[in-house]
Design a protein around this ligand. Structure first.
Ligand SMILES: NC(=O)c1ccc[n+]([C@@H]2O[C@H](COP(=O)([O-])OP(=O)(O)OC[C@H]3O[C@@H](n4cnc5c(N)ncnc54)[C@H](OP(=O)(O)O)[C@@H]3O)[C@@H](O)[C@H]2O)c1
Length: 329
């Protein structure tokens, strides 16, 4: 099979497209012919060697994919050869075939394309777990999403809107603002401003009032996190999802006490590995929302695997809006 391989960690140019042996499913595993896999920001960290979990080299990166079941190992009952599925894994999606635990493999609706299914993998599950499992979203609350035109961000905007929230979206450009609005954001906060610390809070207060926001979903970190933290309402919840900006913010514990704020972490892959039944239930809810037309991934571009450099560069260069997908024959 074709596979993108990390032989040595480095820039995206260090990836090579090569022939690799087909994997074989063991008991409880499913072998899938991959048709589409999505690029996620963490893939760049994995390729670069700075991600928290790294497999032995050589390996294929890629954390979510969709395709057709080619074979199943002993004891598998949740899918069968020929089924159209999507799955989430730690690595290995950028290849012609991929083996996944049955527990992490989900049959997709007939109406869903492989590209949409792959694009709805890690980011939509992360966004849903941020809002519901971690922040305990209550109907009608005000949700602020940072990096709202990115993969996790746009998914959070759509899901929060589908759940009935008032959605405030922070973004760094006019193009990203338009996309967030088109996907359900009620209010836009611009982060490409001279004094982000003061301007961010003013924009939020002008939009939703001085009470501020009940929940912040933050995949960005850095100055955006710091500025947005000042807009949290009494008894609000802030979910730390990632640090795309590069700087891990610091929070003084005193402010948590004074405003009854909950600062909450999310490492979604732990749910995938420890509580797959919970993930399955959320995945079914996401499929239902998709079929009802309430959520739909924005696939800005789909590239054949041979053009993986172009696909990865879009994410590396902060040009991605929504999702970029790799297509595999
Ligand atoms: N905790 C988890 O389980 C989990 C799961 C998935 C992803 N993540 C993390 O979540 C973060 C976002 O992932 P994603 O796939 O949504 O990424 P993405 O599609 O690239 O979006 C990231 C957003 O962050 C903002 N940003 C600010 N500074 C940036 C910079 N220097 N470079 C790139 N983006 C920058 C951009 O929005 P503006 O231009 O509008 O600022 C961009 O839209 C990453 O840190 C990723 O590792 C965590």
């Amino acid at each position: 099979m074709k596979a993108l391989l990390v032989r040595e960690h480095g820039p995206i140019e260090s990836l090579t497209l090569a022939e690799a042996p087909d994997p074989q499913p063991k008991a409880g595993e499913v072998l899938v012919e991959v048709r589409a896999a999505s690029i996620n920001f963490p893939d760049l960290l994995v390729i670069g060697g700075t991600y928290q979990k790294l497999p032995p080299r050589p390996f294929s990166p890629g954390k979510d994919f969709a395709g057709v079941v080619a074979a199943v190992g002993e004891g598998v009952t949740l899918c069968k050869p020929g089924d159209r599925v999507t799955a989430q894994i730690e690595y290995g999606a950028y290849a012609g075939k991929c083996v996944v635990r049955e527990a992490n493999c989900h049959v997709i609706p007939d109406s869903m394309s492989f590209a949409d299914a792959a694009a709805m993998g890690l980011t939509y599950l992360t966004a849903h777990f941020s809002l519901v499992e971690r922040a305990r979203y209550q109907p009608g609350e005000v949700v602020l999403v940072n990096g709202a035109a990115g993969g996790v961000g746009l998914a959070a905007v759509q899901i929060a809107k589908a759940l009935g929230a008032t959605v405030v979206a922070s973004v760094s450009s006019e193009e990203k603002a338009a996309l967030a609005k088109a996907n359900g954001a009620d209010h836009i906060v611009r982060t490409d401003v001279p004094d982000i610390r003061e301007s961010f809070r003013k924009q939020v207060y002008d939009a939703v009032g001085k009470r501020g926001v009940d929940i912040i979903v933050d995949p960005v970190g850095g100055d955006v996190f710091d500025a947005s933290f000042r807009t949290i309402a009494w008894s609000g919840r802030v979910v730390v999802v990632g640090f795309a900006e590069g700087r891990i913010p610091q929070v003084k514990a005193g402010i948590l006490l004074v405003k009854n704020i909950s600062l909450i972490g999310l490492q979604w892959s732990d749910y995938r590995d420890r509580e797959p039944q919970k993930v399955r239930a959320v995945q079914q809810e996401l499929f239902r929302l998709y079929e009802e037309g309430k959520i739909k991934p924005h696939v800005m571009a789909a590239y054949p695997i041979e053009e993986h450099q172009k696909a990865l560069a879009v994410v590396r260069d902060r040009k991605v809006v929504g999702k970029v997908v790799l297509l595999i024959d």
